[in-house]
Design a binder for this molecule. Structure first.
Ligand code: GLN
Length: 488
């Protein structure tokens, strides 16, 4: 049997069909590994050993009967704890939902279940997915598997740390301003945010509905493409999802389409090489560019002039949407807030207590900010203006995409930072997403890929770069990503 660290979706599938192991055996191995390793990593909030075992047995029966086995069947998966699984506690890492049991499956979960995926558990995140280090979780810290003293990034820190420490073969995360790509880059795995509307968000606890997108976290680009194929598509329950065929990315590039892929032009936006970009990151991204040049890609500089306004624009629009989306959590619906129980005089006090005790500091900060920017008298000055700036940022990309097919940039301005370094300074934490946020504002697809493959040298921290594509041109970035990956 393989070492758990060697599993990709692809190699798991091949091994399963060749009867090198059973799904049940591997599932049990994963839980064994989790019981030791997760004590120090802290990726999982809930483990689903019973359901996982039943599902693995089902897959083994399919194999034994020589039935058609879907590519994801039996694959050990982790799901970020802001996506609903029927009958399973879903907390969004908030005290507000401490005892909430989901009454239905998110569409992505339903699709994965239909494929026969084995869901090992639910992973930690920043409360309601607000943060860049997973330190805003109400429950526990998650540690970067490459250096336990550092953050895994966020908000999908649990999902990413699980994949990076071989406690899952793949995972789902959500990306509103970078929450899949930034942690993927800090932990040395692949994180893929599809185009806005490409994947249904039904059953995702909404953060900012005009920005949220679900996507895969995997060890290879090829795996990300495999998961994307399964979860993409129109869903009647999410009116923002669209009916577009999933692009023609090829599993295992053949000689012919390799030539096609090489014809794509790559743009390097000068505004992304900001002052404050860590040296290691700059060098890593240079290395990636050089490798792609050697593959004969045409690479040229492009300009995205409004990039410098993206962060401020995001921190108006996001809190505005947060303040409305989170208004439904009052400790009466969904779940009660344990800390608020006791003698309460009236309804008003119920709400004050529940929301005061149920939400953490960062969540309250953003609700207040959002309520302010939407209030009469300030709406035009802040919210309406931010919407206009958002349009300018999107226009920048439209212009750049007239000259190039794909844009390449660093994912995060720094490698993984130390636990505790930024959590008390919201502004410096917000700066972690300066390079990922514009993509969400423009609704584009983007994938973060490790500059180097495992294993890294001792004490070496992972660095990621991102490829950004045109709307619904996931195939371009996935194909280039696969080529890059095949280099080593
Ligand atoms: N870190 C960003 C924030 O705090 C992005 C979060 C996300 O993508 N969910 O809002």
């Amino acid at each position: 049997m393989k070492n758990l660290a060697d599993f990709t979706i692809k190699s798991f599938h091949d091994g399963l069909l060749n009867r090198e192991f059973s799904a049940l055996e591997i599932t049990q191995e994963f839980f064994k590994h989790i019981s030791v390793r997760d004590k120090e990593v802290g990726a999982y909030l809930t483990l689903l050993e019973r359901d996982a075992t039943i599902q693995a047995e089902r897959v083994d029966i399919m194999v034994a009967r020589d039935e058609a086995v879907p590519p994801l069947a039996g694959v050990p998966f982790a799901i970020k704890d802001n996506m609903l699984i029927e009958g399973v506690r879903t907390t969004a890492a908030s005290k507000m939902l401490e005892s909430y049991i989901a009454s239905y499956d998110a569409t992505v979960v339903k699709k994965l279940k239909k494929e026969g995926v084995v869901i090992l558990g639910k992973t930690n995140l920043d409360e309601f997915a607000m943060g860049s280090s997973t330190e805003n979780s109400a429950y526990q810290l998650t540690h970067n598997p490459h250096d336990l003293g550092r953050v895994p990034g966020g908000s999908s820190g649990g999902s990413v740390a699980a994949v990076a420490s071989h406690m899952a073969v793949a995972a789902l995360g959500s990306d509103t301003g970078g929450s899949i790509r930034q942690p993927a880059s800090l932990c040395g795995v692949v994180g893929f945010k599809p185009t806005y509307g490409a994947v249904s968000r039904f059953g995702l606890i909404a953060l900012a509905s005009s920005l949220d997108q679900i996507g895969p976290i995997t060890k290879t680009v090829e795996d990300a493409a495999l998961v994307f194929k399964v979860i993409a598509g129109k869903d009647p329950y999410d009116s923002t999802s669209v009916d577009r065929p999933v692009g023609a990315f090829e599993m295992g590039l053949s000689k012919n389409n390799l030539e096609e892929v090489r014809k794509l032009t790559i743009g390097i936006p000068k505004e992304y090489f900001i002052a404050g970009l860590d040296n290691l990151v700059a060098r890593g991204v240079e290395e990636a560019i050089k490798k792609l040049k050697n593959l004969k890609f045409e690479i040229k500089e492009v300009s995205l002039p409004h990039t410098k306004y993206a962060l401020s624009c995001y921190y108006i629009i996001l809190p505005a949407e947060v303040s409305t989306n989170l208004a439904r959590f009052d400790g009466v619906r969904y779940a009660s807030v344990a800390a608020a129980e006791g003698h309460i005089k009236n309804l008003r006090e119920t709400y004050f207590k529940n929301r005061g005790l149920g939400f953490g500091v960062e969540t309250r900060r953003r609700i207040l900010l959002g309520t302010f920017v939407l209030s009469a008298g300030y709406y035009d000055a802040y919210y309406a203006k931010a919407q206009k700036v958002r349009r300018l940022i999107k226009n920048d990309f439209d212009e750049a995409f007239k000259e190039v097919d794909v844009i390449l940039a660093p994912t995060s301005p720094t490698p993984a930072f130390k636990l505790g370094d930024k959590v008390l300074d919201p502004l410096s934490m917000y700066l972690s997403d300066i390079l990922t946020i514009p993509v969400n504002l423009a609704g584009l697809p983007a994938i973060s890929i490790p500059v180097k493959k495992y294993p890294l040298q001792d004490k070496e921290l992972p660095i990621g770069f991102q490829l950004i594509g045109k709307h619904f041109h996931e195939s371009d970035i996935l194909n280039i990503g696969q080529l890059y990956e095949g280099l080593e």
